[in-house]
Design a protein around this ligand. Structure first.
Ligand SMILES: NC(=O)c1ccc[n+]([C@@H]2O[C@H](COP(=O)([O-])OP(=O)(O)OC[C@H]3O[C@@H](n4cnc5c(N)ncnc54)[C@H](O)[C@@H]3O)[C@@H](O)[C@H]2O)c1
Ligand SMILES: O=P(O)(O)OC[C@@H](O)[C@@H](O)[C@H](O)[C@H](O)CO
Length: 456
């Protein structure tokens, strides 16, 4: 694929090049009113994404988005990604992060990619975090040069880049998290600042003054393609990096851009003063239902969201979870219309969204998507039966070995095999819920028995 107009200059650095940033961040930037001024240098996170960077690099960053509606496809070529790199190319990443032209850093590194604890401090039990901190301390002491440093975590690499930016005097920058986490910008600021304080104190002070952290609620269902579908699309569109997504899209942002930003509002991005209600609506309703459907759907023999949501048992469980979540959302969000639209989006028969893909990192996802609703319902003196069903579905899926392999598989497997699996798994999920809520545990156990009995 060849460009017919000059590539825009790189002013955005993206961490976590995958399906989603191509369907969302890059789409919005391509459709910004001043798109010719804003190019993206995108870096993958894990080694297994190396193949995608190579394919995109061969196509000068160009790729097609197939917007897959219930009846037909709409295809367009996106040109905002100018360069694609492996995340292991740390010197290149550091050069981009420290360039004066770079105004924005965006992230889609997955929820677990932040490697933070519940209190937003770095997870010091993670050997990669410990190893990266040691490298960064070496940089601060001068025993490791920036060009020799090879941190492996996303935050370690970001911090190394911001340290170089401080030293280069390249000015302020906005850091925008686009991951499915509540208060994602705040969490990133706290996590990165804590890591910096322990390793690069001068850069911690620089971050406090020169880095603006933007929170954003991102919404566009974009499944990772199966290999055979990717191959068929590559042949059809003569494009090795096609991404398939739904027609719906939404991006709500909250925060400052001290070095400027694309005019994303031309593509209907919204800038708000308080993002929390919007984040909660999206995370609890869309993502909460996705995680419930993933666990319950897999247990009931389904493979995709569309097939699971067509099952009355799954659909009823989704509606009960939504009734509980809705009680804790403020007025003015038009929740009934959002719920109706969500069901239509889930039902889209032409989007093959594998439940097994959504079920990756279910432990982290339940903490973000269901536990906050359960806590609020229980604090209000209600039963949180819908949340109990979602957690019970996870317990059953784990006990039957229906969940995919992920970073917490081993601890989940141990808890699922314990003498009291509900208590052990609830303890893993939320020590608070497990400690204080005996009746809630009984409700999960009852829901677990019902799911087991209804085995189709
Ligand atoms: N796909 C969607 O529908 C969607 C919608 C909204 C938000 N998101 C957010 O975007 C994230 C990525 O989704 P995707 O569809 O692009 O996934 P993907 O698997 O296609 O790509 C994920 C990217 O993150 C990198 N990554 C993965 N684990 C990492 C880690 N531990 N540390 C650093 N980098 C890591 C990968 O190398 C890859 O570059 C999601 O986890 C979610 O938070 C996705
Ligand atoms: O992308 P993840 O793994 O955080 O979550 C899986 C899905 O719930 C998610 O990707 C949704 O499709 C998306 O958040 C829709 O905007």
């Amino acid at each position: 694929m060849r460009r017919t107009t000059p590539a825009p200059p790189v002013r955005i650095v993206h961490l976590g090049l995958g399906a989603f940033c191509r369907s969302h961040t890059a789409w919005y930037t391509h459709h910004a009113a001043d798109s010719s001024d804003w190019g993206i240098a995108a870096y993958a996170g894990r080694t297994r994404s190396r193949d995608l960077t190579a394919r995109l690099a061969r196509q000068n960053g160009l790729y097609s988005i197939v917007e897959r509606g219930p009846v037909r496809d709409r295809v367009e070529v996106i040109g905002s990604i100018v360069r694609a790199h492996s995340g292991g190319d740390v010197p290149r990443l550091v050069a981009d992060l420290s360039a004066a032209a770079t105004a924005i850093i965006t992230l889609t590194i997955t929820e677990t990619g932040y490697r933070l604890r519940a209190d937003d401090t770095p997870d010091w039990d993670d050997p990669s975090v410990v190893a990266d901190a040691e490298i960064l301390r070496g940089v601060a002491r001068g025993t490791v040069t920036t060009s020799d440093a090879r941190p492996v975590t996303a935050l370690g690499r970001l911090l190394l880049g911001l340290d170089a930016r401080r030293r280069a005097g390249s000015g302020p920058v906005a850091v925008v998290s686009c991951d499915n986490l509540s208060d994602n910008g705040g969490r990133l600021r706290r996590g990165l600042s804590a890591l910096a304080a322990g390793c690069l104190p001068e850069t911690a002070a620089w971050i406090a003054e020169h880095a603006a952290f933007v929170s954003s609620s991102v919404d566009r269902i974009t499944p990772r393609l199966a290999a055979d579908e990717a191959a068929a699309l590559a042949a059809e569109y003569a494009d090795e990096a096609v991404v398939v997504t739904e027609p719906f899209r939404d991006w709500i942002l909250c925060g400052r851009f001290p070095a400027g930003r694309p005019a994303w509002e031309a593509a209907q991005a919204r800038f708000v003063a308080d993002i929390e209600p919007w984040e909660a609506r999206k995370l609890w309703l869309l993502n909460g239902a996705h995680t419930l459907l993933a666990c319950l759907g897999l247990v009931r023999g389904h493979d995709t969201v569309a097939r699971a949501v067509a099952d009355p048992v799954c659909r009823d469980a989704v509606n009960r979870l939504w009734n509980e979540a809705e009680r804790h959302l403020p007025d003015g969000l038009d929740v009934p219309a959002y719920r109706r639209a969500l069901l239509e989006r889930f039902e889209n028969p032409r989007i093959e969204h594998p439940l097994a893909q959504i079920a990756i990192d279910t432990l982290t996802k339940l903490r973000l998507r269901v536990v906050p609703v359960a806590e609020r319902e229980l604090a209000a003196g209600r039963e949180a039966a819908g949340c109990a069903t979602a957690i019970a579905a996870w317990v059953v899926a784990a006990r039957r070995g229906a969940l995919p392999q992920d970073a917490s598989s081993e601890s989940v497997r141990r808890a699922a095999g314990a003498p009291d699996p509900v208590l052990s798994m609830l303890t893993l999920l939320s020590a608070e819920l497990a400690k204080r809520r005996r009746p809630f545990q009984s409700r999960i156990a009852a829901a677990q028995a019902r799911i087991d009995l209804a085995d189709p």
